[in-house]
Design a protein around this ligand. Structure first.
Ligand code: GLN
Length: 206
């Protein structure tokens, strides 16, 4: 089967996310065809979306100017998966506490930008992630922290007691950068394990 993946290509680790989704697909015997999203019109062709890090203020402004914001909302309303990382998570959150970021309110969390410290404070840590059987090498770069978490949100990982990976329906958001290692298990979790509703259906079919 061929999966059509769209990587938002405003800024950030576009090629790394493209590689990670290809690797994750390959472990399922599938092929991922990757489109870079720069303008409106591409998102509707995509089965899954990846929203890389960067600067959430810039990403927010650009997707609004290009009309990509409404397409992303439509993708999620249709129940299709998204993996949003770092600044991507900030953009899909309910509230980022920064009026320069027009959040899409697709993940019912509030976030605080840059709350782990500035660039020099970037770090890597082995992270226990729900659904993975060994720690994930998580790279944090001027990462946001997640503050309030809505009732429907599953917390997949915490660091120092704060949520750093969450799932809200078809959207997985991480404060860290899963595309920066060879380990594609977070991409796998986001796109191949199914949404909770799909898992329920699969369980009911058993
Ligand atoms: N500090 C960035 C922001 O607040 C996020 C950093 C990142 O994506 N690595 O938008």
């Amino acid at each position: 089967m061929t999966l059509t993946a769209g990587v938002l290509a405003v800024q950030g680790d576009v090629s790394e996310h493209a590689d990670a989704i290809r690797r994750a697909a390959a472990t399922h015997g599938e092929e991922a065809v990757v489109h870079e999203i720069r303008h409106a019109g591409t998102v509707p062709d995509c089965d899954v979306l990846l929203m890389p890090g960067g600067e959430s203020t810039t990403i927010s402004k650009t997707i609004a100017e290009e009309g990509i914001d409404d397409e992303i909302v439509g993708h999620v309303d249709a129940g299709k998966p998204v993996l949003a990382t770092c600044a991507g998570l900030i953009v899909v959150s309910r509230d980022a506490g920064d009026e320069r970021v027009a959040t899409l309110d697709l993940v019912d969390v509030t976030v605080e930008r840059n709350a782990f410290g500035r660039q020099r404070d970037s770090f890597q840590a082995p992270l226990d992630v729900a659904g993975l059987d060994s720690p994930f090498p998580a790279v944090f770069i001027r990462a946001p922290v997640i503050d309030a978490v809505g009732d429907e949100v599953d917390v997949l990982a915490t660091w120092n007691g704060r949520p750093v990976a969450v799932r809200d329906g078809p959207v997985v958001g991480t404060a860290f950068h899963p595309e920066l290692t060879e380990d594609s298990r977070v991409h796998d979790l986001a796109f191949f394990e199914g949404t909770p509703a799909e898992r329920d259906t699969a369980a009911a079919d058993d």
